[in-house]
Design a protein around this ligand. Structure first.
Ligand code: MN
Length: 329
């Protein structure tokens, strides 16, 4: 990221009177935290602000505490073309889902599209870009932007930034000294880290325990798979998902990946009868993105995903084959 990118983005926001900020579909803490931190700061400067995302229809339960100013509007309420569109934490326009068409429509009408992101694969789909793949989270880039704009970090803004920082660094496991320096500023602004982290990642409905017991009870360990490095897998069927949210289903792979005997963990989630979304995680030696790409997906080297049709057993067979001669890191 050049300093021009930061100054250009700041200049664009300084002049704006109406800003629409979009997070990627199924927004996580980094996406929604980035959108709401920036939106809150702009609203305070008198700018008309709306924040949205293509799906699902409402803010995921664990992230509801971030929208203290009520900035989130339904996807259907986002105008086709706007004065300034800001996309956060989205590597491509496609990651905006049903709102992806707002990018081209805005550019066609003479509006600007600012892309703020930290994915190495970012396609630079805007008119202005603040993209730095070395940033641990998109909120780090938003914090730099707010500093450039001279915005004081109050507790509401700080809470949104902290949410993205703690979640995208896996609870500060992948944090640099700079990450901790930013975290210190956010705590000084009044963030209650314990309460916020509990809300984001440490609380589930009771149905989660029942779902876990069924899903983990079916887990299989295959020590010889992945060229002897080991594979552990399970599936979450439609019937398992009653009474639990997307956060609960996403948490399964984080538990399975702690298995010492397996380098690779796979969770297949049934999104519709005969249709599965797969999450792949590697401990540290295997590039699971390559395997995900073989099944039509993508991602990062240690965390990737895909969507495929068939039976769970058919998809597992395809994965075993894709991982039989693993791409080592
Ligand atoms: Mn992110």
């Amino acid at each position: 990221m050049g300093s021009d990118d930061l100054l250009g983005a700041a200049e664009l926001l300084r002049r704006a009177t109406d800003v629409t900020i979009l997070a990627h579909v199924n927004p996580d803490a980094d996406a929604l935290g980035s959108a709401l931190a920036l939106g809150t700061a702009l609203r305070r400067r008198g700018v008309a602000v709306r924040v949205s995302f293509g799906a699902p229809g409402e803010v995921p339960r664990s992230l509801r505490g971030l929208d203290s100013d009520g900035l989130v509007v339904p996807a259907g309420a986002v105008p086709r073309a706007v004065q300034l569109l800001v996309a956060v934490d989205a590597g491509s326009a496609g990651r905006l889902g049903r709102l992806a068409d707002r990018v081209a429509a805005t550019i066609a009408c003479g509006g600007a599209v600012l892309v703020i992101d930290h994915h190495a694969s970012n396609t630079r789909f805007g008119t202005h870009h603040l993209v730095d793949e070395r940033a641990e989270a998109t909120v780090v880039l938003v914090a730099r932007l707010l500093d450039e704009l001279g915005v004081e970090l109050d507790e509401r803004i700080a809470r949104c930034l902290y949410a993205g920082l703690v979640m995208d660094t896996s609870m500060f496991r992948r944090a640099t000294p700079d990450t901790h320096r930013l975290a210190a500023r956010l705590l000084e602004a009044g963030v209650d880290a314990d309460a916020l982290t509990r809300q984001l990642a440490g609380s589930h409905p009771f149905a989660w325990s029942r779902m876990l017991s069924a899903v983990l009870g079916r887990a299989q360990l295959e020590p010889d798979a992945v060229a002897g490095l080991g594979l552990v897998h399970t599936e979450v069927r439609l019937a398992d998902m009653a009474g639990v949210g997307v956060e609960e289903v996403e948490s399964v792979v984080d538990i399975l990946r702690t298995t010492i005997e397996a380098e690779v963990a796979v969770v297949l989630k049934e999104v519709a009868p005969g249709r599965w979304s797969g999450s792949l995680r590697a401990a540290r030696r295997v590039d699971v993105c390559a395997a995900a790409v073989a099944l039509g997906g993508g991602g990062h080297r240690l965390a990737a995903g895909f969507t495929a049709g068939g039976t769970a057993e058919e998809i597992l067979a395809a994965l075993r084959a894709a991982l039989a001669q693993p791409v080592l890191i």
